[in-house]
Ligand binder design. Sequence first.
Ligand code: GLC
Length: 730
Amino acid sequence: MKRSSKTYLWVFSGLALVTLGSLVMTSHSHAQEQGALYMDIGQPLDARVEDLLSRMTLEEKIALVHADSKFTSAAIPRLGLPRRWLSDGPHGVREDVGPDTWKPAGRTDDFASFMPALIGLAATWNTDLATAYGKVIGEEARQRGKQIMLGPGMNIMRTPLNGRNFEYPGEDPFLSSRMVVNYIRAVQAEDVASCAKHFVANDQEWDRGTVNVEMDERALREIYLPAFKAAVQEAGVLSVMSAYNKFRGYWCAENDYLLNKILKDEWGFKGLVMSDWAGTHSTDGSVLGGLDLEMGTDVLPYGKFFMADAFRDGVQSGKFPKSLLDDKARRNLRQIVATKSIEGRSPGAINTKEHQAAARRIAEESLVLLKNENNALPLDADKVKSIAVIGENAVQLQHYGGGSARIKTFYEVTPLEGLVRRVGDRATISYSMGYAEKQNEELANQAVRAASQADLVIYVGGLNHRLLFDAESKDRVDMKLPYGQDQLLSRLVEANPRTIVVFFGGGPMEMGDWLAKVPAVVQAWYPGMEGGNALAAMLFGDVNPSGKLSCTFPKRLQDSPAHALNNYPGKDGTVRYEEGLLVGYRWYDTKKVEPLFPFGYGLSYTRFEYSNLSVSPAKEGKDGMLVATFDVKNVGSREGGEVPQLYVEDLKPRLARPVKELKGFSKVFLKAGEQKSVTIPINRSSFAFYDPARRAWAAEKGDFKILIGSSSRDIRLQDNVRLTQTTFDK
Ligand code: GLC
């Protein structure tokens, strides 16, 4: 039917009126809200949240508890709530994907700084650097318009094979706790929410989406929960991500014991629990089990998410009490209001000089000097005339690997580039790949020839972010160096005894008989965008290494507890943590198994002496009830950093305990000849173990040893302490 132009005019003006009307409505209702209490940034957070919640419709509350794209939840324009953006990951702000796919969005404004892996941050043992790290993440997330950053990961290194060990702070709950607390506080100080993940016991990638984890209550409380508890109670983390796996038979995303009983009731967590992506399994289970935000479910349209239409219908039918939805909405609103989503945030910053300096400093302090015979290191730039740089990791870019932790980085200084920058003006530097995915005889022969013709070899090998190494969704198949590196290293050191070995990798590796022959070995983890500069600075002595292992390097895989007891990757869909508390050094020390390199170990270009330990009652108001005080002196010829570690040994435990447990540390920097007095607080929790019968932490009267070490196996000082009374803390 032909319509007159008049008709179109009416239609058009009608549309215009409707649009104008809705704009007026929106802006009116928004304006109406303008005077609302929740709009008043001077009001307390909870008051603003309650006011906002009271104004929301059922549909609006439901919109808060599920995604409306890969990494967002819907805006609520009527109330002035913008779309909420979440982003990976622990090492920087991931490139944008989606909206409904994992494929990159193809943007050109989603580059970010590529920070060192968290296993390396932990190896700095420097909580100030965890703060610096979090500040970078927070500023860059704000600049990229993200409200929740999906990190830090804080699962425990139970097996050396976990493909995501690189993303986590290692094997010890105390070190992990100290590092994640400062990281989270710093991120959240930038009006960005952190996310403690993956809650809990996602300690392997093998079958992560289906495996059921069984462990006793003490292992849960003393090993796998502490970092999460610290994130909640000390850092006030605004979100937690439930793990993919089951725990004691129930999906973590709908685990009443974990999410409601422990996280929310016992710990008082007021933030939101989000699922891992596609880690939600049912409406009833997640609604009743404590999930507050469903992300990544593999279904479209988003109304089909478990906590979307089905949840709404359940509330309308009375199946689910409105209070349940209100609680979930409230938890989301707390994060939304706390991160200034309503009033808006100041601009952030991306890849600034400060960010680059932080990345460099963290990388430098993460490097662990594992061997340095006859002071092979540091190298003298004026004396080295030719260097054969060998190994794929000297040139391999790492930023875009590993899975969800990948980064589209502005730049990444490789080890080769760092060496060329540092000494390329005076030394002849050759490069040989040495190995490739397939052990390649010709590559090896070239490398050996290059080694024989140079003053010095700098070998950069180890692992990488390819699947079956340090990459999400798979685990390593063994602890060996891949691509025939052991054989290559034996040939290289034969051709040139001055072979300095540098490893990239997210965890321990077995080392062949070349280890006894090479003069120096450095563990570099994944040192990020400034890694090549940091490594060159350390090798040539501009920086004195101060890193300490955040995980034990066992001699062989079978020595490690999960493998010694044949409890990895599990049987018939269940993995049993039969080793209980004895994870990492707790196992090796208690079972007297000699590691290759112990937890907390790392050499320096100088030496430190410890003396005068006294353990005395803390002065009123000082941290903890006791304080360990001792002197550390730099007795070498150059300044350096040291990490005295405090371990507690319960001499007659009522329940089985590891022979020692890390309960304190302090990183100190000393000039040559300088001595400093170091104090480490010791409080009741330093002596306590979890008593399942009383469901409380017991610090029981009895005799303990306070051990001060330069590593878990290099105890320099010790003192006895007697607790004269028993206390129980919930
Ligand atoms: C992944 C990871 C999680 C990540 C999320 C979004 O599967 O387990 O750490 O944050 O999905 O990419």
